[in-house]
Design a protein around this ligand. Structure first.
Ligand code: NAD
Length: 261
């Protein structure tokens, strides 16, 4: 099937990595459904995509931290005239912080935002993918699933759980040509990265510019990734050519993580 017959749902897609993926897919002719919790940013993203997309563009307000809001999105996915072929589970990301600073309720919130929302959407989209005998599920995770990151305990914990769940699904649904993969970005130049850098700068008592420079220095390529580079990888994993790749996490981090496998 051509990309212009496929429909992709990308969550948390009004800005940053999610938006870059939606833009790339829209330009390639996919029908694109974007969701986000921020109404104004969502409207702006919708307008930008609509201008350049040959396919259909839709936007749905959805707060991934709110179970009811996610349920509305799952109902959309299950509605009669909708078939989601490509599901990109992205999220805003849980707050950064060290264990003592994180309230017990924050664990519930991160559970909902990262794990439960993604599983609910997978659950809603899988029957259609199975019927079509084709599907792609991509989770945007983090290098925090590959190596220890000091202040990202919530991110590490729930993204590892999602990675494990999708490994199981990758085996169970391989015979239906449905693939499950994770993309683990390193430092990528987005608003989220600016926020985390501000947090670190404050904690270390240094300027935000210096904190940003530290990240560049830490990265063997001496620069941050651009969201479009993450989108290019997602686009490949979604393509027909990547149909034999499943159950993997692919890091895209300029050489940052030091693990061998
Ligand atoms: P970003 O801040 O640029 O964009 C986040 C998007 O998520 C926005 O569209 C925002 O409206 C949306 N969003 C925020 N909270 C939401 C909610 N509760 N429900 C629905 N949508 C919500 O962030 P980004 O850098 O593109 O990050 C995307 C994901 O990638 C995050 O989960 C982040 O942790 C992860 N990540 C980012 C980096 C990086 O360096 N930028 C590195 C590794 C992992």
């Amino acid at each position: 099937m051509n990309s212009n017959k496929r429909t992709a749902l990308i969550t948390a897609a009004s800005k940053g990595i999610g938006f870059a993926i939606a833009k790339d897919l829209a330009q390639k002719g996919y029908n694109v459904v974007i969701s986000s919790s921020n109404e104004a940013n969502l409207a702006s993203a919708f307008m930008q995509l609509n201008e350049l997309a040959p396919g259909r563009v839709e936007s749905i307000l959805c707060n991934l931290r709110d179970a009811k809001s996610v349920q509305n999105l799952t109902l959309y996915c299950q509605s009669k005239n909708v078939n989601i072929d490509v599901l990109v589970n992205n999220c805003g990301g849980p707050p950064a912080g060290y264990f003592p600073d994180i309230a017990i309720n924050d664990w519930d919130m991160a559970h909902q935002e990262i794990l439960k929302s993604a599983l609910a959407l997978i659950h809603a989209c899988l029957p259609g993918m199975k019927e079509q005998k084709w599907g792609r599920v991509i989770n945007i995770t983090s290098i925090a699933t590959k190596q220890y990151v000091d202040n990202l305990i919530l991110s590490s914990a729930y993204r590892m759980a999602l990675t494990a769940a999708c490994k199981v699904l990758s085996v169970q649904y391989a015979q239906h040509a449905i693939t499950f993969n994770n993309i683990a970005p390193g430092y990528t130049f987005t608003d989220r990265m600016k926020e985390l850098t501000e947090f670190r700068a404050k904690k270390q008592g240094i300027s935000v510019e210096n904190a940003m420079q530290e990240l560049e220095e830490l990265t063997p390529m001496k620069r941050l990734a651009q969201p479009e580079e993450i989108a290019a990888l997602a686009s490949f994993l979604i393509s027909e050519q990547a149909g034999y790749i499943t159950g993997n996490t692919i890091t895209i981090d300029g050489g940052l993580t030091k693990n061998i496998s």
